[in-house]
Write a protein that binds this ligand. Structure first.
Ligand SMILES: *Cc1c(COP(=O)(O)O)cnc(C)c1O
Length: 365
């Protein structure tokens, strides 16, 4: 069975390097924060072409830290796309603020700039745009709206490490960029990890304080802190992976572009990738009228597919109290009902990619 994503291939290929990196951390017992985590922060900031990157324990914490750094809290509202992984909204909720969900477009499946303004109130403080599936959202339009209303734009880059927008790297476009290194993301740790990128030292300083129990000088706590530090082992592993990320991205793009060229079945609809963006194909999502039939069909052909995501944020039980109903975000709801994610990962062979293409083209309702 060809898995939707198979991480064992990367480990087998680079095992020696990963194990040496892990051993170096153990030799120094630099387990929590420390030299290896700090080293990765500098490398990751360079990669994103920003002056600062603050490593944290996961992407959800990265989003929480970003909200706290902007001073967002109870009484505030933050605009969030309905079509995203739920963690985009958690960071807002943790601060006591309320996520306000906006529909995605019918073709790019990213936040719809034309539906943002009607959701802005005098409580709105920020817009979180998500570069979902590795496809940059329409940053320029979102930023124009934000500027008109005096709002911050935060990027959720958890699925888009290395993606480009008008020649710039994601993570440096908005006020703050939030990354996840969850296993299976384009850049991943051997466990959990995340990072917040920014241009302003004031954000970096407050986030490094917050993530470290609210202190800069040990045992002196200046504000309510969290234990959100990046582990040294993860920092060391991430420094190894980061060297391979450009190659992985190149390969993801090759496979993604090949799917776009060669999958031609009127029953399958693909995401639209605007000219001014350079996506990184974190997830290759298509829509099909009947995923309940298509997913088992692919399985019978020996290929595993997943569904990202079967329930849009505004209809999750956790947000029932916000009072959304079916019909509020029709494009996100259509996607939730019809999305299927095809196998795509850097170590896939050309032959395996060919199987996916053939199976998709042979599919009949
Ligand atoms: C994975 C992901 C997150 C959360 O990251 P974790 O490291 O799993 O906490 C947030 N937003 C999006 C869009 C994601 O895909």
């Amino acid at each position: 069975m060809l898995k939707r994503i198979d991480l064992t291939r990367d480990f087998q290929k680079h095992k020696k390097e990963y194990m040496e990196a892990i051993e170096a951390v153990c030799q120094e017992t630099a387990y929590s924060g420390g030299r290896f985590a700090d080293q990765f922060d500098r490398e990751f900031a360079d990669f994103c072409k920003v002056p600062y990157a603050a490593g944290v324990n996961n992407g959800t914490s990265a989003l929480h830290c970003a909200m706290m750094a902007l001073g967002i809290g109870a009484g505030d509202e933050v605009i969030v796309p309905a079509n995203t992984y739920i963690a985009t909204a958690w960071g807002v909720t943790y601060t006591g603020a309320v996520p306000v969900f906006v529909d995605c477009t019918a073709d790019t499946w990213e936040i719809d700039p034309d539906k943002i303004e009607e959701k802005i109130t005098d409580k709105t403080r920020a817009i979180i745009g998500v570069h979902l599936y590795g496809q940059p959202f329409e940053f320029r339009k979102v930023k124009e709206i934000a500027d008109r209303h005096g709002l911050y734009v935060v990027e959720d880059c958890a699925q888009a490490h290395g993606a480009g927008y008008e020649g710039k790297a994601v993570g440096g476009l908005g006020e703050l960029g939030c990354f996840s290194f969850y296993p299976g993301k384009n850049l991943y740790a051997f466990g959990e990890g995340g990072s917040v990128t920014c241009h302003k030292k004031e954000y970096y300083d407050v986030i490094t304080t917050i993530k470290n129990q609210g202190c800069q000088v040990r045992y002196y706590h200046d504000l309510t802190g969290y234990n959100y530090r990046l582990e040294g082992l993860q920092g060391a592993v991430l420094s190894v992976s980061l060297k391979y990320l450009p190659g992985w991205t190149k390969r993801r793009r090759e496979i993604g572009r090949r799917y776009i060229r060669e999958i031609a079945n009127p029953l399958l609809t693909m995401q639209v990738h605007p000219e001014n963006t350079d996506p990184v194909f974190h997830l290759f999502v298509i829509t099909v009228e009947d995923p309940e039939y298509f997913v088992p069909y692919m399985e019978r052909k020996g290929m595993e597919c997943h569904r990202h995501y079967p329930v849009p944020c505004h209809l999750q039980k956790a947000y029932k109290h916000l009072g959304y109903k079916k019909g509020d975000c029709p494009n996100a709801e259509y996607l939730a009902d019809h999305c299927v994610t095809l196998p795509l990962f850097p170590e896939m062979t050309d032959e395996e990619a060919g199987w996916v293409i053939e199976a998709c083209n042979d599919y009949r309702a």
